[in-house]
Design a protein around this ligand. Sequence first.
Ligand code: SF4
Ligand code: SF4
Length: 261
Amino acid sequence: MKMYKKDTQFTLTRDIMRLFFALNFYLLAKVLGIEFEFESEYIVLGSILLFGPLFCGWFCPFGASSYFMTRIGNALFPKLQFTIPQPYDRLLRNLKYVMLAGFMYLFISQGVNYFAEHMEMYKTSAFSWNYIKFKHWAVLFIPLFIPGFFCKYLCFQKAGYNIINKLLPFAKITRDSEKCIGCKKCDRVCPMDISISKQEQVNGNDCLGCYSCLDSDVCPKKADALSLSYLGKKVHYTYFVFGVLTLYLIATYFVLFVFEW
Ligand code: SF4
Ligand code: SF4
């Protein structure tokens, strides 16, 4: 049995913000029927390029749905929680890179612009159409029993973001091995099951940019071994997150007002 990650003192705040951004997306896209796929995908890509993986941990509606289903699953079915054991977990995490290669092939061979024609792209083959149908199960049903299933194994966008963040590590979490006392508290709060306590740096390896590992009640004060840096300078993650979230909202609504309304 695998219970969800340990909460930190900011889990509730983080959950409320995540819910807000997911509802914001559903309000715009599903309730108001605003289609700003082209522009929004560029905003997502821009945020990943400039600020690291924050999109995944804060804004992504699929990631949020998966996360909240996991929380519900933990509350309702505590005896039916599973994780995929090693080495299968490690192997399966590579699946999303294979899918990324497959979808890249589709974009190029079919001449489909991923940014402009999302749904058209999925309709170009039986495989991609089945993928999008399965995605709803992978986001809404499977995470009730297997935490983070979709983000870890099937999200080909996450594979692309990982590669970008590896190549452009503007924002990264660093573990000072001199100060670390090996308590593994950071590992226990990471929703992607990243072994932070064994790495010198976390960037581009499935990190969602949620920064739960940096919450003040995680790394013991006497160690204080984890930090976030942006462009080589240490930053406090709350200011960083607040700045990026604000920019993201402004960019989204600017695009809506200028291009859609
Ligand atoms: S490494 Fe830290 S920031 Fe990244 S997903 Fe895990 S807890 Fe969140
Ligand atoms: S919580 Fe801090 S001290 Fe403990 S293993 Fe992680 S980095 Fe090291």
